[in-house]
Design a binder for this molecule. Structure first.
Ligand code: ADP
Ligand code: MG
Ligand code: MG
Length: 914
């Protein structure tokens, strides 16, 4: 036989799926001896059955009656009784807490007769009528769907006529009058009298709470927070004996956290109201007092409350968020659940609870969602600001920033260049807006999702971004953003918070991120437990220093071309590319050599003594040249200019007068201009020579190294020369040379030959021995299939999962993210964006194959991942599972990755991918 109900003494406190979070905890608290009013839970399974059949299952109400009689026995009161009536609350509660989304009815069991009983029982008619009018309104609203307003007009009218401002000033007579008016509202609105039968009240309420599971509010909430049926399916109903915080000055009601959820401080935290019912605290009818005041106002009660809090924490071993009511100096606990806290508080409470001996280090690590830590490394809004947001979009890239609004990238650059802080606002961004991103403090778009161009680029740069704020109308022509009736013009200051998507008018102060001692302690524990190490992707010495300060154990990817793009180098790089002979190219390379060497040296020193993985040149060469279109325009302009100069000369001659031209004109002789034209034409020719239909699959990576070995030779020499210089200065450094885009061991062998030669030359020159690693990226499908072979020629593999994902899916990332990937994700064709979260089922299988083959050839081969996915906790779990040695991610992701690495180890037993 089905069992629909569990009393608080018998329900299993661990079974939140069946009893809901609130119900399970009410059972658990009862069973550990906390003072919970007697009650019972109707299961979520019953709710599902009800929703399916649109009717309560047979036998439910008789079970309910049985449990009610148990309550009657325990309390000595009678449900529907004329004397000493039992009143109950009917409360919703699903497996996952959905605050305020579903309904609760208080004071159920009141009718004309029990009301008299309540008056006699309490000797307090005012209290009784107050409870009654609250019940009629709540029942009317929740069960009978009558608008609050219909009741409120009467309530306000009585107050007005009596000349009373605060509810508390209403007398018993007033409340009686209100109750009668309310009963009339029910009659008028429904055509029926208010139900007098208490079991009918109860049955209707149970149905209403079940129905609220499918209410619009609840459905929207579940969609917003991705609550799936396997996480929570249906609501339980909790029937709880009423206790009253509103029976006089020895009564109170309050809510509390067992620790401060803003700072994590171990202190009493919360608010209470004397002589009030629970909902008054939440509804803000009266301003509650901080719980500390109870120590003076009701010292005995305060002592009990401290005791309750200590019991809750020592039992749940987690910070709790609890509700309580004091009825005539007796404290009852009505609810508890794990508290929601910000990242700072989570970290502090974890460290404190370990030090207090409450939890183990493992538990301290596991209770924190790694993603939460990202908050800590971006500027945050000052926590005490209390400005309401003007609008909200999607939290697309974390961090907060303020600045003047600009509506296009050029203006961003102009104002940014003049030292202004700016926020770039666009409907959506395109690749040609990129210079605006560099100049702006943050980016705001009115369209697009979390994988939109704006979101992806801003995240890559670590700049705050709010995307898809659809309430904003952007009028670029008029340089205006309109939100409701607020007009924001270019130059007006706004603040955006990319961690939650909020947009504010004006500047709100931000606080800079700090790596607190607590965070250091916590991540130190994570490092002790984790097996997989966390490296950083960094291209500059500053980047490396930052990464080291966040605890990176090395650099997993340094992209050398980032150094090529700097202003003082680009002309040299262009010369190298334009060179048509080996000699010409080598002379350009000779000029680049010392520059690269010094860059590397700084980088190695910044990371000393940890490894730095340098990738040899990867992108196609045309990326360093201007576009064909741009060159054509420039050549055209120069030619026009040459004509003007010529025309000027001719006209002067024809006029037969000798006129001195001002100097700048003199200097720009025809000759100079023609020289510029021919250089540009040479570039144009080169750009056309280098043209490829699909450059990302073209002449790039090691293929360049095969065609122009002198380029790789120069880079290898810079790396090893820098290393030798560090050795001479007794600075321990560990460079690793990494070759991109390998498809066959033959390529690797050829690069290795260059490495060996250069190594020998440098060792001889400096008279030292160099000890470094040589390895390859694994980012083509073929490399995965040939990994066993590749392992013969190298000491490490690093999965370049950006390219490997593109290759596996045959997607180009930009096209996918801008065109069809959002649709694929929304419609569930693909669950995640594989460029953010490693595609375990596809790409992951290739990786697994390569790891196994690599280990077979060379058991000690060191293997890591340097794609963007390397900073994502889900991906890290998989990488740990297939036994990678390290993950490498951007600096702000390092704390996330360090914690995730520990989680991966601790949760390995329950991880079963595909
Ligand atoms: P929510 O899930 O929205 O918090 P609850 O079911 O917790 O809703 O109830 C709403 C309010 O009513 C809370 O303040 C709660 O403490 C109070 N309440 C619920 N049941 C009782 C009861 N049996 N006696 C006194 N107060 C109650
Ligand atoms: Mg509650
Ligand atoms: Mg690549």
């Amino acid at each position: 036989m089905n069992k629909y109900c569990y009393s608080f003494q018998e329900g299993n406190g661990k079974d939140k799926a069946l009893l809901g979070g609130k119900g399970a905890n009410l059972c658990e608290m009862t069973q550990i001896g906390l003072n919970v009013p007697p009650g019972f839970v109707i299961t979520t399974a019953t709710c599902r059955q009800y929703l399916e059949n649109s009717d309560l299952p047979e036998g439910l109400m008789s079970e309910v009656k049985q449990h009610i009689s148990e309550l009657e026995e325990q309390t000595g009161k009678r449900f529907g009784g004329q004397t000493d009536p039992l009143l109950v609350s009917v409360r919703s509660g699903s497996a996952i807490s959905m605050p305020g989304m579903m309904d609760t009815i208080l004071n159920l069991g009141l009718n004309k007769q029990t009301l008299q009983g309540l008056i006699e029982q309490t000797d307090d008619p005012r209290f009784a009528y107050d409870a009654y009018r609250r019940f009629i309104q709540l029942f009317g609203k929740v069960v009978l769907n009558i608008d609050d307003e219909k009741f409120d007009v009467h309530f306000e009218k009585v107050k007005r006529q009596a000349g009373i401002n605060a509810d508390i000033g209403l007398s018993a007579d007033h409340l009686q009058e209100i109750s009668e008016l309310f009963l009339q509202v029910v009659q008028d609105e429904t055509g029926h009298p208010f139900p007098e039968d208490v079991y009918e009240q109860l049955e209707l309420s149970i149905k209403a709470v079940f129905d609220s599971w499918m209410g619009k509010r609840a459905i929207d909430y579940r969609r917003e927070f991705n609550i799936t049926p396997d996480m929570a399916n249906g609501t339980a109903v909790n029937i709880v004996t009423m206790v009253f915080g509103n029976m006089g000055d020895d009564c109170a009601t309050g809510v509390g956290f067992t620790r401060n959820p803003g700072t994590g401080e171990n202190e009493m935290y919360g608010e209470y109201l004397v002589n009030a019912q629970g909902e008054d605290v939440v509804a803000g009818i009266r301003t509650p007092k901080p719980v500390q005041e109870m120590a003076h106002e009701m010292p005995k009660m305060y002592e009990q409350l401290v005791e309750l809090r200590n019991k809750l924490e020592s039992h749940y071993k987690e910070v709790q968020d609890y509700e309580y009511t004091i009825e005539r100096n007796i404290l009852y606990c009505l609810q508890t659940r794990n508290a929601k806290m910000n990242a700072t508080a989570m970290v502090k409470t974890s460290v404190d609870m370990v030090e207090e001996g409450l939890i183990t280090k493992e538990q301290a690590l596991l209770r924190i969602n790694p993603e939460l830590l990202e908050q800590l490394l971006h500027p945050q809004l000052a926590p005490d600001h209390n400005q309401p947001p003007l609008a909200t979009g999607l939290p697309a890239s974390p961090g907060a920033a303020s600045g003047k609004c600009v509506f296009d990238a050029d203006t961003a650059v102009r104002m940014g260049g003049a030292g202004e802080q700016v926020i770039l606002i666009r409907e959506e961004t395109k690749p040609e807006d990129i210079h605006g991103f560099f100049a702006a403090q943050g980016v705001l778009t009115s369209r697009g999702g979390k994988t939109s161009h704006a979101a992806v680029v801003a995240r890559g740069m670590g700049k705050p971004c709010v995307a898809g704020a659809e309430d904003i109308k952007i009028d670029v022509k008029r340089r205006l953003a309109i939100i409701g009736d607020t007009h924001i013009r270019e130059g007006d200051i706004i603040t955006i918070d990319g961690s939650n998507g909020n947009i504010y008018l004006g500047a709100i102060p931000t606080i800079e991120p700090t790596f607190s001692n607590d965070l250091n302690t916590l991540l130190g524990w994570a490092d002790e437990i984790a097996e997989i190490e966390v490296y950083a992707n960094a291209d500059t010495p500053e980047g490396a220093r930052l990464a080291a300060s966040y605890g990176a154990a090395g650099i997993g990817l340094c992209r050398t071309e980032r150094m090529f793009n700097a202003e003082d180098r680009l002309p040299l790089v262009v010369d190298m590319i334009l060179a048509n002979t080996l000699e010409a190219r080598e002379s350009a390379l000779a000029k680049l050599f010392p520059i690269q060497r010094d860059d590397f040296k700084q980088l190695f020193v910044a990371m000393s003594p940890n490894p730095v993985t340098v990738r040899l040149l990867d992108p196609p060469m045309h990326e360093f040249l201007p576009s064909e279109h741009q060159l054509l325009e420039e050549i055209d302009a120069l030619k026009q200019y040459a004509l003007i100069i010529k025309g000027q000369k001719v006209s002067l001659e024809m006029l037969g007068q000798h006129i001195e031209l001002p100097t700048p004109f003199n200097e720009l002789t025809e000759e100079l201009v023609n020289e510029a034209i021919s250089k540009k034409e040479l570039m144009l020719q080169k750009v056309r020579d280098l043209y490829e239909v699909n450059p990302m699959l073209g002449h790039r990576g090691v293929r360049l190294g095969m065609s122009y070995p002198e380029i790789y030779r120069m880079q290898i020499r810079s790396i090893l020369d820098a290393m030798a210089q560090c050795y001479k200065e007794r600075i321990p450094v560990q460079p690793q040379i990494m070759v991109p885009q390998i498809i066959t061991s033959q390529e690797l062998k050829k690069v290795k030959e260059i490495v060996d030669q250069v190594k020998q030359e440098i060792e001889q020159h400096y008279r030292i021995e160099l000890d470094f690693k040589f390895g390859t990226m694994i980012e083509t499908v073929r490399a995965c299939t040939r990994a066993g072979d590749l392992a013969q020629y190298c000491e490490f593999f690093s999965f370049g999962t950006n390219d490997l994902t593109q290759a596996t899916f045959s997607f180009s990332r930009e096209d996918a993210e801008n065109k069809f990937l959002p649709l694929y994700n929304e419609s569930g064709i693909l669950q995640d964006n594989p460029f953010e979260i490693l595609d375990v089922k596809g790409v992951g299988q290739l990786m697994k194959m390569a790891v196994e083959a690599g280990h077979q050839t060379q058991p000690n081969i060191h293997i890591g991942i340097c794609g963007e996915q390397g900073g994502h906790p889900e991906s890290i779990r998989f990488c740990h599972h297939i036994k990678l040695d390290y993950v490498s991610c951007s600096a702000p992701r390092i704390p996330v990755a360090r914690l995730a690495a520990a989680h991966a180890k601790l949760l390995e037993d329950e991880y079963h991918p595909v």
